[in-house]
Design a protein around this ligand. Structure first.
Ligand code: URA
Length: 210
């Protein structure tokens, strides 16, 4: 499943003046085992166009392996399709500093600008479960009252947020959303791995029933 080119073009145009670069399409079958909603691509992804193909992607592949799934069986997408960056300074070994781009979380405006792209995917991909990876994906779909630390590992059945001209409104249709931590979260907090493993077990049971 691929979003229409007109929608991608519109998304690119809306973020043209923002500090973002590249554009990565969601990828996967129309009838996947589940849909995964991340944050935004990083440097590796904008160079090869494959979502979750960098360091976080390696962690995500371990997550899928534990579920007995392969990349080709799931639909992988994100809240924002371009890489949000900020300029920072990197200290080189020889003592000099160079300027380089660092990843940063997408802003609310950037998420809203690309919301119709994710809305289209949610409409057209028949996923029995939508797994949100981290706070950005969770709040994009369920609103700001949700927190990953409180909601991870629980299946939430209900409407999701969809962009309209004035902001967001709730869908009439109900979806099954399963929040878990972003695969990159273990790089900063190793202790989250145990919680992710518990979420995997819960998700495995949910997928077995669908
Ligand atoms: N994080 C995401 O959300 N998506 C990617 O493709 C990589 C990291």
């Amino acid at each position: 499943m691929k979003i229409p080119e007109s929608l991608a073009k519109e998304g690119r145009k809306k973020l043209a003046d923002y500090p973002v670069e590249g554009f990565v399409y969601g990828s996967g079958p129309q009838n996947p085992a589940m849909m995964l909603v991340g944050e935004a691509p990083g440097e590796t992804e904008i160079h090869n166009g494959i979502p979750f193909s960098g360091r976080a992607g390696k962690e995500l592949m371990k997550f899928l392996e534990k579920l007995g799934l392969q990349r080709e069986e799931v639909y992988i997408t994100a809240s924002v399709r371009s890489r949000p960056y900020r300029w920072g300074e990197k200290k080189e070994r020889d003592g000099t500093t160079t300027k380089r781009k660092y990843n940063r979380p997408p802003t609310a405006k950037e998420i809203y600008a690309h919301a119709p792209l994710l809305d289209y995917e949610i409409d057209h991909v028949n996923a029995p479960v939508i797994v949100t990876l981290g706070n950005i994906g969770l709040r994009r779909l369920k609103g700001k009252d949700y927190k990953i630390t409180e909601s991870h590992g629980q299946l939430i059945q209900g409407p999701v947020l969809r962009a309209d001209p004035d902001g967001y409104s709730w869908t009439e249709k109900e979806y099954r959303v399963f929040p878990t931590f972003h695969p990159a979260s273990v790089f900063y907090n190793r202790s989250l791995q145990d919680k992710i493993n518990e979420d995997v077990e819960t998700l495995r049971n949910i997928l077995a029933e669908t």
